[in-house]
Design a protein around this ligand. Structure first.
Ligand code: OAD
Length: 249
């Protein structure tokens, strides 16, 4: 069912007021209004000649670690100074109102925690963290001479961002918790994600198969749209705060 973003169906509002077990899965669209490019947007400037898919992989790092390190340094810089937007804050408000709320994000920007969400499962890691590609030790600081990829202080291995690359497994505990929450929830929100990257994309379908009500908020239709019970097309930074106001006036 399609609905005008500002007129939410009464049955949805009533359901949410009842405090159902709720899961929200977010993607890059949620951070778009904070000024971050979505994953499938064109790259800017120097990076315009590369596809993100060709840089975010173990093969790319093996082939040219400096290129991959520099790309992440550029993205890390873009995230610095970026603030959560009203969509992030609305999700933090929902967490306060709904006793069993799980936020599952594919975003690596850390903005959900910054907005105040506590129960966050980061499926694809966090761009601010760095770890050794060999011994997996995390590093909070590193020496970057700008010439070569910084090295691990423990074993001398190359440092890499603590994000999930194409072809890599997701962090097991986070994925298991996400699958469990999706299977157990009564309402599943899919927000600002193109829904084409697995296994995150399958979470909505797992919830749907277990009878959960599916709500999609996205600027455009996605592969999930035809399965959703309610679809709100528009900006999550506008729709989510409106929804919170409508549910808890
Ligand atoms: P995408 O860039 O694939 O999709 C962004 C989605 O957000 C699209 O469906 C847009 O229509 C929608 N969108 C854009 N602006 C919006 C707004 N203001 N409000 C609501 N929706 C908006 O990003 P993801 O789906 O997050 O993984 O991509 C998933 C994963 O693909 C990423 O986490 C990344 C990549 O592979 C890894 O790097 C492992």
């Amino acid at each position: 069912m399609y609905a005008d973003p500002v007129t939410f169906p009464a049955e949805l509002l009533t359901l949410l007021r009842g405090g159902p077990k709720l899961v929200a899965l977010t993607g890059a669209g949620v951070s778009q209004e904070s000024g971050l490019r979505t994953f499938r947007d064109a790259q800017a400037g120097l990076w315009a000649q590369y596809k993100p898919e060709d840089l975010a992989s173990p093969e790319a790092f093996r082939r040219d670690p400096k290129l991959v390190w520099d790309w992440y340094a550029w993205r890390r810089e873009a995230v610095k100074g970026v603030r959560p937007n009203p969509g992030h804050y609305a999700l933090a408000e929902i967490e306060k109102r709904i006793p069993e709320f799980t936020l599952i994000t594919q975003n690596v920007d850390g903005l959900h925690r910054m907005a105040g969400n506590l129960n966050v499962l980061e499926l694809h890691g966090n761009i601010q963290r760095v770890r050794c590609a060999d011994c997996h030790t995390f590093a909070e600081t590193w020496d970057d001479d700008g010439e070569s990829v910084p090295r691990c202080r423990e074993c001398g291995g190359l440092l890499r961002p603590d994000v999930v690359w194409f072809g890599e497994a997701l962090p097991r505990a986070q994925l298991e918790a996400a699958v469990e929450a999706a299977r157990a929830c009564q309402v599943f929100f899919s927000i600002g994600t193109s829904g084409v990257v697995q296994p995150a994309a399958s979470l909505a379908f797992a919830a749907h198969n277990r009878g959960a009500l599916i709500v999609e908020i996205n600027a455009e239709p996605t592969p999930l749209t035809s399965k959703a019970d309610y679809v709100f097309h528009g900006k999550s930074g506008e729709i989510l705060p409106e929804l919170v106001k409508a549910v808890w006036p």
